[in-house]
Design a protein around this ligand. Structure first.
Ligand SMILES: CC(C)(COP(=O)(O)OP(=O)(O)OC[C@H]1O[C@@H](n2cnc3c(N)ncnc32)[C@H](O)[C@@H]1OP(=O)(O)O)[C@@H](O)C(=O)NCCC(=O)NCCS
Length: 145
């Protein structure tokens, strides 16, 4: 049976857990506990934690300003990938009352690009050599009717 995915809104008290998840998912670009603490206090900030069988496995950070939302990060622990956790986080973020969603993703990140396209994001520009790896950034956007 497929385990249920639970999505919870994070608060500043989750900052340590968020920093742990981020470091496991992005070992070369880990964001600090204090960054998550500050971000969770900001107006317009939406931080989601996904859990499977009560174990935290993923996170998403959305920043909302007026009718625009930028997805700042989205990730799932390597062992929990391919089980729709990323899609569940994204689906929850997309319920925010926002007209335009934006994000940027490395052009060679095929899983992430496929996930974003699967929920209606389309390519909206490109920044050459944007990442330290030399990869371009693809700017993606979704407009909600
Ligand atoms: C991108 C990421 C969040 C996807 O999370 P996930 O929970 O494994 O993805 P899901 O199981 O929800 O997949 C949903 C859809 O995304 C696409 N997808 C996910 N992984 C994929 C892969 N390895 N190859 C191709 N498509 C993939 C598919 O369209 C999939 O739908 P399907 O299962 O019906 O085929 C995860 O791979 C991850 O954390 N990567 C490292 C961090 C990262 O790159 N984050 C994005 C930064 S912008």
């Amino acid at each position: 049976m497929t385990a249920k995915i639970e999505i919870q809104a994070a608060t500043p008290k989750h900052a340590q857990l968020l920093a742990y998840l981020h470091a496991e998912i992005f070992p070369d670009d880990a964001w600090t506990q204090s960054w998550f603490e500050q971000q969770a206090k900001k107006q317009g900030s939406v931080i989601l934690i996904a859990a499977r069988r009560a174990v935290p496995v993923g996170l998403l950070v959305l920043s909302v300003v007026l009718d625009e939302g930028e997805i700042l990060t989205l990730g799932v622990l390597p062992a929990a990938r391919g089980r729709k956790v990323g899609k569940a986080l994204l689906a929850t973020a997309l319920k925010q009352p926002v007209k335009h969603f934006f994000l940027e993703v490395a052009a060679d990140n095929e899983p992430a690009i496929a996930l974003y396209r699967s929920v209606g994001f389309f390519d909206n520009g490109r920044r050459p050599n944007y990442y330290p790896s030399g990869a371009d950034a693809v700017l993606m956007m979704k407009t909600v009717a």
